[in-house]
Design a protein around this ligand. Structure first.
Ligand SMILES: [Zn+2]
Ligand SMILES: [Zn+2]
Length: 255
């Protein structure tokens, strides 16, 4: 299974793109910057799985829904925790800020359907992927995901989170962790702000990884605040060496 990074940044800045990952041809995880997809790619997207409802993760969901209404011959599924979907429906696609696409009828039914995900249960997703949502320490209904590819390899996707226990404990039960895609928003010098805003620094991530105890698994860091990229990069190299790589738009990961 491949993961195409459409956006990996935790802030808007010249040249940066907000978080969105395309997992195989038919699933998006988050939609911060997904509107750059070509029509044929857009048509193939069957579902958008949201980590949470903060704007940097849903910014272009409205445009993905708009494109789906025109291009697709089946509803686009929008999946997330109850709280995340509630926030999207109440504050974004509410017929004020943007149309409520779940009420817009196409020849094939509603343009989008909302589906609440169930915590701590493996669910089937397009492309033979399965995912287990795990509550993490962040607002807006945030979940991280344990992912399993059709080939049986696993990946951890933290979503936005501060220091958190459960996702690492559950990940320890996975037999074969191919990679860890982890948020690292701030440098070590801003640890207080990271903790106050429920995010990680390289130092905090290093501590989280001790709870996982899989020293071989490669780390792909994302959601960096672009203004601190160099400092975060230095901190990460110092703490995790070659094991950690910064993700950028255009990267492709496999697992
Ligand atoms: Zn967030
Ligand atoms: Zn975010």
């Amino acid at each position: 299974m491949y993961v195409d990074v459409l956006g990996a940044d935790g802030g808007k800045h010249s040249g940066s793109s907000l978080v969105a990952m395309k997992v195989g041809p038919s699933l998006l995880i988050d939609a911060g910057s997904a509107a750059s997809l070509r029509d044929d790619e857009q048509r193939a997207i069957e579902a958008v799985l949201l980590t949470h409802a903060h704007l940097d993760h849903i910014l272009e969901l409205g445009f993905v829904a708009d494109a789906a209404a025109s291009l697709r011959d089946a509803p686009l599924r929008v999946l997330g925790s109850h709280a995340a979907l509630q926030a999207v429906r109440t504050h974004y696609m509410n017929d004020l800020v943007w149309p409520d696409f779940s009420r817009i009828r196409t020849t094939h039914g509603p343009a989008i359907v909302y589906e609440t995900i169930e915590d701590r249960v493996w669910m089937d997703l397009p492309g033979g992927l399965s995912a287990m949502p795990v509550p993490v320490n962040h607002g807006a209904g945030a979940r991280g995901f344990l992912l399993r590819s059709p080939g049986g390899r696993a990946a951890i996707y933290t979503g936005d989170t501060g220091p958190s226990t459960e996702i690492w404990e559950r990940a320890r039960e996975l037999p074969d962790i191919a990679m860890i895609i982890a948020e690292v928003s701030f440098p070590d010098s801003m640890t207080d702000l990271a903790i106050a805003s429920d995010h990680l620094t390289p130092g905090l991530l290093e501590r989280e990884l001790r709870a996982l105890d899989r020293p071989g698994a490669p780390i792909y860091a994302f959601h960096l605040k672009p203004w601190y990229r160099q400092e975060i990069d230095r901190d990460l190299s110092r703490r995790l060496g070659d094991r950690a790589v910064l993700l950028m738009r255009g990267d492709r990961l496999e697992f």
